[in-house]
Design a protein around this ligand. Sequence first.
Ligand code: FSX
Ligand code: SF4
Ligand code: F3S
Length: 313
Amino acid sequence: MEPEKAFAEKLTRRGVSRRDFMKYCTALTATMGLSAAYVPKVAEVLAATAQRPPVIWLHFAECTGCSEALLRTQYPYVDDLILEVLSVEYHETIMAAAGQQAEDQLHQAVKKYDGQFICVVEGAIATKFNGGYGKIGGRPFLQIAKDVCTKAAAVICMGSCSAFGGVQAAAPNPGGYKGVGDALGIKTLNIPGCPPNPVNFVGTVVNYLLLGKLPDLDDLGRPLFAYGKTIHDQCPRRSHFENDEFVEEFGSEEAAMGYCLYKMGCRGPETYNNCPVAKFNNGTSWPIEAGHPCIGCSQPDFWDEMTPFFEEL
Ligand code: FSX
Ligand code: SF4
Ligand code: F3S
């Protein structure tokens, strides 16, 4: 069967119309900062069936919210596709194997794809006491990460825990938890957020497949297409005190300002992420739209730096 036809049938089996799929591709292309001319190319990348880069997906100390965010979006089948576009060789949450069988699978995959695989990591790594504060199958996260990440072609940290340490690394941090880059002394591509937006992971992978390179990064290793601006700079609530029409509608500048969540502790002015534009659950909403101040979840050490939450800075 032609690949195009096979793909269309696969979508139909999952109850996805071609129109829905193209809508997703259009939103993804915009999120990646590419012009609309790239939409058909992005669709092609997702539809292609050629041999794809092998991926080894590791879990360390975290809540698995990052995998959940990717697998349980409103249109899980679309984000699911990325797991088919990639050749996922190991992923504890979704693989059938367990125990020794899973361990064997990991070792075989690392050996087979040495130097070629993309390693995606969720969760932070304990570094004190030889990594004694966090183990899988009796082996410290630190040891596993050293064995696996150092053999990868690229390491993508999914979520604030693997990127910067997250809640495990919050004071007093007895286990000496760190993000993967810090723990191993390597450069990683970071997609922080607690959880991160799956579209930013998909965008990073599609960028790699489409343009043959990883996207441009900021000095914290975050793709600029997603983390190039602050929440505040893109926030619709900001328009209420900067737009004369709204000020008039609210009666005074002060009243219009009340619509902003700054006084409830919003950390939007110090937080770099694309939540106002990308939103979550396929564009349904995002924290500030739902009435909750941004807590700065994509910034390093936000559990220490951005707390106490709900208090004005
Ligand atoms: Fe951390 Fe992810 Fe927060 Fe949870 O895997 S970024 S605690 S949403 O799950 O690592
Ligand atoms: Fe800025 Fe937060 Fe107010 Fe939005 S709600 S304008 S991000 S301070
Ligand atoms: Fe996180 Fe703030 Fe977005 S809390 S999800 S970066 S609005």
